[in-house]
Write a protein that binds this ligand. Sequence first.
Ligand code: FES
Length: 116
Amino acid sequence: MRPASSTRPVVPIMLVCQCNMITSKEIENIVLDLLKADPWQLVVPAKVYSELNRRAKCGGCVPNVVDIIVRVTENYHSQQALETGDVVSLPSGLEKLKKQQSGVRRERRSASHRAA
Ligand code: FES
């Protein structure tokens, strides 16, 4: 039974690749392992099959594998952001950058010699 505090939908385990008998859980675990090794790497279906020592045969499962990769990657990064508190709103981040950059000459131009 799902805990009451969990907001994530429960995704049932299903057979994704009939040619290689790969389940959604196996793919999720591989994607998580890859993300733990390098959180910013691009995980593609070929890398998942390679980690499982298998190859896509008919390719009919590839769209579903892509969906699983996207879902697991989004969940992983949102979870990481919540744990580390690294979520920064874009306007405040830009304002901080502007303050850091103020007074610094950019492209060898100063504000007093504007052409327009
Ligand atoms: S269903 Fe996955 S390769 Fe055919």
